[in-house]
Ligand binder design. Structure first.
Ligand code: 13P
Ligand code: SF4
Length: 303
């Protein structure tokens, strides 16, 4: 079946079943084009929390579908491929976080949304890359802060807020693969271009950026900045929206290797099958869901 027929069939089934399709900016372009809500992790959580649909089909990775299920327990949340996981989320588990809390009594735990439901359930508050600074600034007092699981985001947030944050030893392989040398090389090839980077990148990369922000914020920056050329230090799926929204500007990937293979393992065929066969249902048991929701709700309240 060709792309257009698949897209039409999916849209028809979505409306027949009162379902919505949520897609992250890192998704394949043909999926981005038919999403009801296309956004960064924060926009997708807000969208999931507000939707009136009965079914949420998540074209993202496992933790995103899980977060939607935590926020909307009465809705059916479908992840079209179970292999669509996030290696960063797998870098912290409940056992490790329990040990870290035991070793740092009284510490506040700020957990990146890129984490399992079990990890969220042990946390005081969640954050995404677009609100991490606000979340940390919202914490009163001088309590120690542990940020899980992205070490680069923790170091960046600590630098911006001036608060001491214990970084976890985790990283996103897609953003970690971008080195300072890669940025020097691409900047030399495009001397007039500005450089925007995602806070999941290494500190040496962020130090060279004209702008640091989530995917949603990079899109805003690209629209507002005067430069005609922008080097983009995040996953390449975002280039599609950048180009669509700014036809007169050019966008250069900071590295050809910045591709999230797990996000992109979902295809249009998978989405159609997911809707037809109602699979794979992501559901979080209440004993984990309720404390995890508390941490997510605290984040949403200040977003
Ligand atoms: P944002 O959606 O917050 O930009 O985070 C990017 C990401 O890595 C999602 O997995
Ligand atoms: Fe996880 Fe990185 Fe892929 Fe985002 S880009 S889903 S953090 S592996």
């Amino acid at each position: 079946m060709n792309t257009l027929s698949l897209q039409k069939k999916i849209r028809k089934l979505l409306s027949e079943k009162n379902a919505v399709l949520l897609a992250h900016y890192y998704q394949r372009r043909e999926i981005q084009d038919i999403a009801d809500i296309l956004g960064d992790s924060l926009a997708l959580s807000l969208g999931a929390a507000k939707t009136g649909a009965d079914i949420i089909v998540f074209a993202g990775v496992h933790f995103m579908a899980e977060s939607a299920s935590i926020l909307c327990p009465d809705k059916t949340v479908l992840l079209p491929r179970l292999e669509a996981g996030c290696p960063l989320a797998d870098m912290a588990n409940a056992e490790q976080l329990t040990a870290a809390k035991r070793d740092n009594p009284g510490a506040m735990v700020v957990t990146y949304i890129n984490s399992s439901a079990e990890t969220k359930a042990l946390s005081d508050i969640c954050c995404t890359s677009s609100n991490a600074v606000n979340v940390v600034n919202s914490l009163n007092g001088d309590k120690k802060i542990i940020m899980v699981p992205d070490g680069n985001l923790a170091r960046y947030t600590s630098r911006i807020t001036g608060k001491k944050i214990m970084p976890w030893n985790g990283h996103c392989p897609v953003h970690q693969c971008l080195s300072g040398e890669d940025v020097i090389t691409v900047k030399a090839m495009h001397p007039r271009a500005l450089f925007a980077a995602h806070p999941e990148c290494r500190a040496e990369v962020l130090a060279m950026a004209n702008f640091v922000g989530s995917t949603g914020k990079i899109l805003n920056y690209a629209r507002e900045c005067d430069a005609g050329e922008l080097i983009v230090g995040t996953e390449q799926g975002i280039l599609y929206q950048l180009q669509k929204q700014n036809p007169g500007k050019s966008f250069i990937p900071a590295s050809p290797d910045m591709v999230c293979r797990t996000m992109k393992c979902i295809t249009l065929e998978d989405i159609l099958t997911a809707l037809r066969e109602m699979k794979y249902i992501i559901k979080v048991p209440d004993e984990i869901r309720i404390p995890a929701k508390r941490a997510l709700d605290r984040m949403l309240a200040i977003s």
